[in-house]
Structure formats: C-alpha cells, structure tokens
Design a protein around this ligand. Sequence first.
Ligand code: APR
Length: 318
Amino acid sequence: MARFGTVAVIGAGFYGSTTAQRLAEYDLFETVVLTDIIEGRPEGLALDMNQARSMEGFETRVLGQTTGADGSGYEAIASSDIVVITAGLPRKPGMSRMDLIEVNARIVRQVADNVARHAPDAVVIVVSNPLDEMTALAQIATGFPYHRVMGQAGMLDTARFTSFVADELGVPVSSVRTLTLGSHGDTMVPVPSACTVDGAPLTDLLPADKIEEVVTRTRNGGAEVLALLKTGSAYYAPSAAVARMVRAVHEDSGAVLPVCAWVDGEYGISNVYLGVTAELGQGGVHRVVETPLTADELAQLRQAAEAVRAKQADVRGL
Ligand code: APR
C-alpha cells in the first residue's frame, strides 16, 4: 500500500511514544506527529525514531512538536486524518482508573478543544483513563459526530485474555479467539461463550473454575502490570492495540474490532459509550456489530452500560 496521510499522537509519554513508534514502523503514513507539553520531549523522541528508519526499513517521518497551555504548537496536527489522545496521568499501584477522572478530564478537554480547532475532520481515538469517560468527554468537547470519536480498551483486554488462555493451554496465541465487552474497568465483560481454540469452544477445553480464574486475571490485567512496574502503567500491549485501530481506519479495512464506541440501540442499550465490537474504516466507526451473547453475558453488558452511563453524565461538568 502506498504511504499517505498524517496521524497525530497527543502525549509523548510511554503510551504515546510507543504508539508513534509502531505507527511509524508500519510505514503506511507520510507523517506521524507526536506532541507533548514537556518542552523538547516530542522533538527529541521524533529525532531518535527517525534515526531508526534505515535499520527498521520505514520512510514515514516522525515530527515532534511541543505544545503550550495556550494551544501554541497545535498547528502541527492540522492535516491529521486520525488523532490519538494519550495525554493524561497513568495510575499508580493501588489506584483505580476512576481515581484519575478529574485530573485527566482537564487534560483531555484541553487537548480535545485544540483537536477540534486544528483537525476538525479527524477521527479521534482516546486511550487516556478512565477510558469510557474520557472517550465520552472527547466527543462532547470536540463536538464531533459520535462515529468519529472512539476509545481503545476492548482490543487490549481481548489481547490479554487471548494471551492468558494461550499460556494456560500451551497453544499458540494465533489459535485462540477471545472477546471482552463492557467497560475498561470493574464492569469489563469477558465473553467466554465467544472464545475458541482452533475453532473448538473454550468451555470444552477448560473447566469453569479455570475460565473464571483467567477472566479475573483479564479484568485485573492492567493492575497486574502496574503492581510490578510500580511507576507508570502498561504500554507495549496498549500501544499495539491502538495502532491496530488506527491502521483499520487508515486502510478503510472494515475490520470488526472490540472498541469503545457510541451505542445507539444495539443490545437494547442506548446513548452511551461502551465496549462493543464495531466495524472500523475511513471516517471512524461504520457500525456496531452485535455478538450473540448468553443471557448472563447480556445482563452483565447492560449492567456495565448503566455503570458507565452515570459516570459519563458526570464528565460534562468536569
Ligand atoms: N497535552 C499534551 N500532553 C500532555 C498534557 C497535555 N495537556 N498533559 C499531560 N501530557 C503528557 C505528559 O507530559 C506525559 O508525557 O501526557 C504524557 C503521559 O505520559 P505517561 O505519564 O508516560 O503516561 P502513559 O503511560 O503514556 O499513559 C497515558 O494512557 O493508559 C492511559 O492511564 C493511562 O491516562 C494514562 C494515559
């Protein structure tokens, strides 16, 4: 595929910089713009990444740009087709994602205002936590149509689930299919009924208590990494997850991926950003794709929707 277009990554911390690196190494974009409020950090990282081009075999240019509280520097994202928002504080051990809501809401609102001003036609993908709430806030602050604002969570949670199942059974990750829906938090809904290994139902291969163990580990997947790292949260798998979403939009692939998208009637749930499977392509979310669920899984998904709906209403005032 010919190289074209620009993607911007806002926030050049661990998550943002690894995302920029992955996107540059895809060699699908003309330019990857990386911004941060820490003076010199995005420029320094961009310089470093560009110097890897001859060895890693990519021609995409990474452009680093410091931005100011007054919005200076945002001209750099002007031609972006896709903007990934990673700006915001990560958790510390013992914190829940929800503990970040006030401080990250201020950051995401400021970033979203500038995205709306400088890249008014972009597709926005949010990864800042708490994810479902920050995605809703980005849509409110940009005023973009719902289909052009989505969040990354289900890709990552599903990949973690897949990794744990593969390790548990001693099989390649490529033979495992898993799925999680719901929120990126306590009301995450792993969907064992949709999980298979080489096409065989997971429920035939692992006893119920083992599946429950893996499901619990998936739900706590971020906290497990955080507890080991002590400072900062996970970023290798998270950046792989969002880079895949960016790629699906950029290539207009129509891939059906687990993402945080606006739900409007699907599963009997309306008017809330929630983890669902959705078809991605040019312009963002083409449609939410309903997955057949057991009665219990559907009940859990509806419960997750109500839990995040209340919090998403709160972010309007933040
Ligand atoms: N504009 C641009 N960048 C900002 C802003 C802002 N207004 N405010 C903060 N940042 C930058 C910080 O300067 C920092 O470089 O966001 C970056 C965040 O990087 P890290 O602290 O390394 O955090 P990271 O691991 O990248 O996580 C970012 O993703 O998974 C979530 O919970 C995580 O909310 C967190 C986000």
